[in-house]
Design a protein around this ligand. Structure first.
Ligand SMILES: Nc1ncnc2c1ncn2[C@@H]1O[C@H](COP(=O)(O)OP(=O)(O)OP(=O)(O)O)[C@@H](O)[C@H]1O
Length: 352
C-alpha cells in the first residue's frame, strides 16, 4: 500500500511551486497501520499561506488509494534557500518605500512578528538610520546593545524575534549626527558584525527613499528580494515607482507591494472610506499585491505601546491583513528559492 500512497501523493502539486510534493522532497513521513494513513508534510515555510489547501489535497489523494480508511496529515517546515544570504541567515528581505511616513516601519515590524509567530526564526534590522523607530515599536527603546564574547553585537530579543536598531546604540533621545560613510559602515556592521545566529528571515527596515544606505545594502549581502510599502495616492506612488526602479537597477527582485492606509472603516457606522484612493498600488506594475492594510487606530496605539499589533490585537482587521501579507511574502520567498535552485542546479532543490 505504501507505494500506492506515494504514487497518489505524487499527483499532489504544491499550489505555489507547481511541482509535486514527492519530487519536491516535501513528504517527510508516511506511516500506515491497517487502513489508517499518517502523512507528515515538510512545508517550505512555517508561514505557508496554502497549508489548508495542501492538507485537503493530500487527504483527497490518499483517500483514493484502495483500502485507505482514514488520513491524518501533520506538518513540519524547513525554509529553503538556494544560497545563504549570510552565514546562518537564509533570506534577507528589504522593506522599502519611496517616501517617509507611509508606515514602512510599522509594516516591517508586523511582518517580522507575524512570521515569528508562525514559527519562523526571524531577525529585524532597523536600517532606517535617520529615523530609527523599530526599537520603540518593539517596546525596547531603553535597551542597549551589548557585545558577546566574540565582540559581536548581540541583537536584542523581544516578541519572539531578534532585532538591532541604531536607537539602541546612542543615549536615549539623542540624535546621531553621522556622515554618510559612517552610516554606511554602521549598517554594514549591523549586518556582518552582529551575532544574528540561525535565521530563516532577516527583515530589514530601510530608510525611506532611494539613497546610499539602500544601495550599499543591496551590495553587501545576497538579498532575496524587496517589499515596497506605499499608500495609494498618486504622490506616494510616484516615489514608490522610483524605489521599484532602484531595486530593478540593483537586480533585487521586488517580491510584492503592500498598500498601507488603503482604506478606513468607521468604527461607529461600519462604512468604508477609501481615503487615499484604494488599489492605486496596482499601477506599480505586475508585482504581487501582498496586502491592503486599513488605517486603524489600534495599529498606531500598539506601535506606541511597544507591541506589534499582530500580537497585541491579532483579530483587528489591520493585523489580519498584515499576517496574511507575511504569509504571502513567505510564499513568494519559497517560489524565488525554488526558481533560483532550479536555475543553479537543474532538477534539484537545495535544502540548507
Ligand atoms: N495602517 C495604519 N493605521 C494607523 N496608523 C498607522 C498605520 N500605518 C502606520 N501608522 C502610523 O503612522 C505613523 C508613521 O508610521 P511609520 O513610522 O511606520 O512610517 P514610516 O514609513 O516607517 O516612516 P519613516 O519612513 O518616516 O520612518 C506611525 O505613528 C504609525 O503608528
Amino acid at each position: 500500500m505504501r507505494d500506492a500512497v506515494l504514487s497518489a501523493l505524487s499527483t499532489v502539486n504544491d499550489p505555489e511551486l507547481h511541482r509535486d510534493l514527492v519530487s519536491l522532497g516535501m513528504i517527510e513521513q508516511v506511516q500506515i497501520e491497517a487502513g489508517a494513513v499518517h502523512v507528515k508534510v515538510n512545508l517550505t515555510t512555517p508561514a505557508c499561506p496554502l497549508k489548508g489547501q495542501i492538507e485537503s489535497d493530500v487527504r483527497a489523494a490518499v483517500l483514493t488509494v484502495p483500502g485507505v480508511q482514514t488520513v491524518n496529515v501533520t506538518f513540519g517546515a524547513t525554509v529553503r534557500a538556494a544560497v545563504m544570504a549570510l552565514p546562518g541567515v537564509k533570506h534577507v528581505v528589504l522593506v522599502g518605500s519611496g517616501k517617509g511616513g507611509v508606515g514602512k516601519s510599522s509594516v516591517a515590524v508586523n511582518l517580522a512578528a507575524a512570521l515569528a509567530r508562525d514559527g519562523a526564526r526571524v531577525g529585524l534590522l532597523d536600517a532606517d538610520v535617520y529615523g530609527p523607530s523599530v526599537a520603540h515599536m518593539m517596546g525596547q527603546g531603553a535597551a542597549r546593545v551589548s557585545a558577546n564574547a566574540e565582540r559581536k553585537m548581540q541583537p536584542i530579543e523581544a516578541h519572539g524575534l531578534r532585532f538591532l536598531s541604531m536607537a539602541n546604540l546612542s543615549p536615549a533621545g539623542q540624535a546621531l549626527v553621522w556622515r554618510g560613510p559612517m552610516l554606511h559602515s554602521a549598517v554594514q556592521q549591523f549586518i556582518k558584525d552582529a551575532a544574528w545566529g540561525e535565521l530563516d528571515y532577516l527583515i530589514v527596515d530601510l530608510p525611506p527613499g532611494t539613497g546610499d544606505v539602500q544601495l550599499s545594502l543591496t551590495q553587501t549581502v545576497q538579498v532575496t528580494g524587496a517589499v515596497i510599502v506605499t499608500t495609494p495616492q498618486a504622490v506616494a506612488l510616484i516615489d514608490a515607482a522610483r524605489a521599484v526602479d532602484m531595486f530593478r537597477k540593483a537586480s533585487v527582485p521586488v517580491l510584492g507591494v503592500i498598500e498601507n492606509m488603503s482604506y478606513f472603516v468607521a468604527p461607529d457606522t461600519g462604512i468604508t472610506y477609501d481615503l487615499f484612493g484604494r488599489g492605486g498600488s496596482r499601477q506599480l506594475g505586475e508585482y504581487p499585491l501582498l496586502g491592503e492594510i486599513p488605517l486603524e487606530v489600534a495599529l498606531r496605539e500598539d506601535a506606541d505601546a511597544g507591541t506589534p499589533a499582530v500580537l497585541a490585537h491579532p483579530q483587528a482587521p489591520a493585523s489580519v491583513a498584515l499576517a496574511q501579507a507575511a504569509r504571502r511574502l513567505a510564499g513568494q520567498i519559497s517560489v524565488r528559492a525554488e526558481h533560483r535552485a532550479l536555475a543553479d542546479l537543474p532538477g534539484q532543490l537545495t535544502v540548507v
